[in-house]
Design a protein around this ligand. Structure first.
Ligand code: SAM
Length: 286
């Protein structure tokens, strides 16, 4: 089996298949043995687990996932990668390659069809141009993933794992807190990739909770409230919420609601805890 963690081997593949990396598809392939081992142990994959991998590329991580898991389903958008991936996985028989866009595939029905009631963990070195949309799509899909272990840009990792009151805290931090416990695992330098991206990367693991961290009357209203509160970060909560035109509430009514639930209207969204957001969303739910 070819060792894909070697830049020399990647160069051989590039010339053999006349393959060119696509910048627009975020093709920065990992060539660091230590980082690969770290993802595998961080994701805690055992032979009882099924794995969904997003963006397998040439199969560097996929080979290791196939060696550790019961079954691996990988979704790759680039059809020119597929013959290379098939060649690199030929020693395994516990995988399935799907040539599609992970954002369009319908992850819930895919998970039901391919994994049934099995334990499913997500592992991926994500394409950076759509990191946040992919994570939000996975969280909102309602698939009962056990965990999501992903390599993302360091800046995004900090936002995923941020607590209230810090500069990195935002709508994505709250979405993660709502559904998961977040673990910041380790950084990976840009020199660990071919071609090297401009930024440092980080591996995080999101452990899905059995039920959301806070219970709210209407989940949709919770996320709407969060989004509106962070849409204009520098504005006070009162101004941000009234500018968002909240389901017909006047500014005076929003001020009254905030007062009733004991939240100072001059605070900014980034200072509110998830419990306070839940209280606020429930108070705004008619
Ligand atoms: N897993 C490989 C590795 O670790 O070296 C490649 C990771 S590379 C950062 C991201 C991969 O995601 C590329 O292979 C790219 O073609 C693929 N990709 C990009 N957008 C995608 C999408 N919307 N759906 C599925 N795969 C996508």
């Amino acid at each position: 089996m070819r060792n894909l963690a070697s830049p020399r081997v990647i160069k051989e593949i590039l010339s053999e298949y006349e393959f060119r990396f696509s910048k627009s598809l975020g093709q920065n392939f990992l060539v660091d043995e230590g980082a690969l081992a770290g993802i595998l142990s961080g994701a805690d994959i055992s032979e009882d687990d099924c794995v969904l991998e997003i963006g397998p590329g040439f199969g560097t991580l996929t080979q290791r996932l196939c060696g550790a898991a019961k079954k691996v389903v990988c979704v790759e958008i680039d059809k020119t990668v597929i013959p290379i991936l098939e060649e690199n996985l030929k020693d395994f028989d516990n995988f399935e390659i799907i040539n599609d866009d992970v954002m369009k595939i319908g992850i819930k029905s895919l998970a039901e069809e391919k994994f049934g009631t099995e334990n499913v963990k997500v592992a991926a070195n994500l394409p950076y141009y759509i990191t946040t949309p992919i994570i939000m799509m996975l969280l909102e899909s309602k698939v009962k993933f056990k965990s999501i272990t992903v390599m993302v840009q360091k800046e995004v990792a900090k936002r995923l794992c941020a607590s209230e009151g810090t500069k990195d805290f935002g709508a994505i931090s709250l979405a993660v807190q709502y559904f998961c416990n977040a673990n910041y695992l380790f950084d990976v330098p840009n020199t660990s990739f071919m071609p090297p991206p401009k930024v440092t990367s980080t591996v995080v693991r999101l452990d899905l909770l059995d039920k959301p961290r806070v219970s709210v009357k209407k989940e949709e209203m919770f996320f709407k409230t969060v989004k509106a509160s962070f849409a204009q970060r520098r504005k006070t909560l009162l101004n941000a919420l009234s500018n968002a035109g909240f389901s017909g509430f006047s500014k005076a009514e929003i001020s009254e609601i905030l007062k009733n639930i004991g939240i100072d209207e001059k605070r900014r969204g980034e200072t509110l805890s998830i419990d306070e957001f839940a209280r606020l969303a429930d108070a705004l739910t008619k």
